[in-house]
Design a binder for this molecule. Structure first.
Ligand SMILES: NC(=O)c1ccc[n+]([C@@H]2O[C@H](COP(=O)([O-])OP(=O)(O)OC[C@H]3O[C@@H](n4cnc5c(N)ncnc54)[C@H](O)[C@@H]3O)[C@@H](O)[C@H]2O)c1
Ligand SMILES: [Zn+2]
Length: 323
């Protein structure tokens, strides 16, 4: 399973490789983009699996970014109560985040990732050579998650990102391989400690409490185009600001994070964003979470704490500080 963008670059070699190993292959190519992550598409896949003779002994190979791996993983989790799947990840976000951890899902019209299952892939392959063809904006989205991982867990990675930013942006495969490997280790360690997100796994949501509000606002409104990575970058700036005002973290750390995000072409202020409406979305999210928004707040580069006592005033100040 792949999408048409990825198929144009990598389907032929992937298919040839599977066939040369003596495997029978059924190819499914989906339209690219989040709009493919639906139950309707999953239902189409079940038809294709059935007609293609896929059974418990088959393996679903997802070749693509997070959309393809989430959808293929979900279809694999549910078809015949679960068939094996392998993630072959071709976006930076997929390699450092979406393909690791076993969360699979499709979207509900009203809520992203609402319908899903935990279903670990049998293997995850990340070939950084595929990142050569990735659109610039998609690289940036992945880099936002990379910065997030460094801030929550790994000061040495943060220093490496500062030092090697130019080589990363130039997509030097040797550096990218190191970046991906370090990030997989971080995410895998967190998920292994807490697969079902009852505790530690929540730290992966750093930047995402505010980021989610910014993203959903951009989706509803005719505001500035907003990728997930850009929203998370703004979310990290806002949430680090909460930590700074609480005296949890010094200004120098907040500034270092800001400089690294800027270096990677990610936004650190939200010109054109309707911050009052963003606050409304936050209030709405808070209601949906039974009155409790969980924030992940940095204490230094490499360490965070989880707080569920952030006040409305603090949230307001954090959002307005993005102006
Ligand atoms: N399961 C998880 O734990 C988890 C974690 C984070 C994100 N996600 C999900 O991941 C999805 C986003 O993933 P994504 O950012 O990889 O998006 P994506 O899969 O849509 O890929 C982004 C774009 O890049 C194209 N593309 C992919 N690889 C390419 C390559 N090598 N060269 C050229 N073009 C290429 C795709 O066709 C697409 O247009 C979201 O649906 C999100 O919910 C899941
Ligand atoms: Zn994210």
């Amino acid at each position: 399973m792949t999408d048409s963008n990825v198929a144009a670059h990598y389907l032929a070699p992937a298919e040839a490789s599977l066939r040369s190993a003596g495997l029978a292959v059924t190819v499914v190519v989906l339209p690219p983009g989040e709009s493919s992550k639906t139950l309707a598409r999953a239902a189409e896949l079940y038809d294709r699996f059935l007609n293609g003779g896929i059974d418990r002994g088959s393996v679903v190979v997802a070749l693509g970014g997070g959309v393809v791996t989430d959808l293929a993983g979900f279809a694999a989790a549910t078809y015949m109560r679960g068939v094996a799947w392998v993630a072959v990840s071709t976006t930076l976000l997929g390699q450092v985040d979406a393909s690791v951890g076993g969360k699979t899902a499709v979207d509900h019209p009203q809520c992203k990732n609402l319908i899903g299952a935990f279903h670990q892939p049998a293997a995850v392959l990340a070939d950084v050579a595929t990142l050569a063809t990735l659109p610039e904006e998609e690289l940036r989205t992945g880099l936002a998650e990379v910065v997030k991982h460094a801030v929550i867990r790994d000061a040495a990675l943060f220093e490496m990102l500062e030092r090697d930013a130019a080589r990363i942006l130039a997509r030097d495969p040797a550096v990218l391989e190191d970046v991906v490997a370090r990030n997989v280790r971080i995410k895998a360690a967190v998920v292994m400690a807490d697969e079902r997100e009852s505790g530690l796994r929540r730290i992966l949501n750093y930047g995402h409490t505010v980021g989610h509000a910014i993203e959903s606002l951009a989706m509803q409104a005719s505001g500035p185009a907003m990728t997930h990575g850009r929203a998370v970058a703004l979310g990290m700036v806002a949430e680090a600001g909460i930590a700074e005002r609480r005296g949890l973290v010094g200004r120098a750390v907040v500034e270092r994070q800001r400089r690294l995000l800027e270096r990677f072409g990610l936004p650190v202020s939200a010109a054109g964003l309707d911050l009052e409406r963003c606050l409304e979305v936050m209030r709405h999210d808070k209601k949906a979470e039974a009155g409790r928004l969980v924030f992940v707040l940095p204490e230094s580069i490499g360490a965070v704490r989880v707080a569920n006592d952030v006040t409305d005033d603090e949230v307001r100040e954090a959002i307005l500080s993005l102006a």
